[in-house]
Design a protein around this ligand. Structure first.
Ligand code: FES
Length: 181
């Protein structure tokens, strides 16, 4: 029994290592699907998502990350140029993506693991794939990471313009959860 448990946990560690070893652009994105904006949440609150400038494309070379608050103060997100095409990505080669940094498990901080190109939670090691719209690929996280929708204008300015998915800890992305009766 003990041996079986040990083998299972070794297998889990191996899987995790394999995922974290995946180089960002090793696998091409099979199918590009559009990411739906969280319109239900917006309608519920009677508000629309603001358009907020985050950065300029000139200041976001491959591998660079920028942290920013959106759509509410204190709701941290991470903007990253993956250097390869991603589902729902912005920019000429669809390599620019942004995600909520609040893990969907218990809300700990998620950050980019530069070696693997994955988004990893510091608490219980959930792993999300930023090339696949924030899909959970490992760990206890119950939902994909909410994706911040981006728009880039002709000057290369990058704007946050919406959220696909509910941010951890909120009942509505546009209001403090406590305000909804
Ligand atoms: S809070 Fe992220 S895995 Fe638990």
């Amino acid at each position: 029994m003990l041996k079986e448990k040990k083998e299972a946990s070794v297998a889990q560690v191996m899987t995790r290592r394999k995922i974290l070893k995946a180089v960002c652009c090793a696998g091409a994105v099979a199918a590009v699907s559009s990411v739906a904006l969280d319109k239900a949440g917006a309608a519920l609150s009677g508000r629309t998502y603001p358009q907020v400038k985050i950065a300029n494309i000139k200041n976001l070379p491959s591998g660079k990350t920028i942290k920013f608050d959106y759509p509410l103060t204190g709701r941290k997100n991470i903007l990253v140029n993956l250097g390869c095409s991603a589902e729902g990505g912005a920019g000429a080669d669809k390599s620019i993506v942004a995600y909520s940094m609040f893990c969907t498990h218990l809300g700990c901080a998620v950050d980019l693991d530069k070696e693997s190109g994955m988004l990893v939670c510091e608490c219980h090691q959930s792993i999300y794939d930023p090339k696949q719209s924030g899909k959970v690929v490992e760990g206890p996280a119950p939902n994909n990471l909410p994706m911040i929708l981006l728009e880039i204008d002709k000057n290369g300015d990058i704007y946050a313009a919406g959220v696909a998915g509910l941010i951890y800890g909120l009942r509505n992305n546009l209001l403090d959860g406590e305000e909804i009766k």
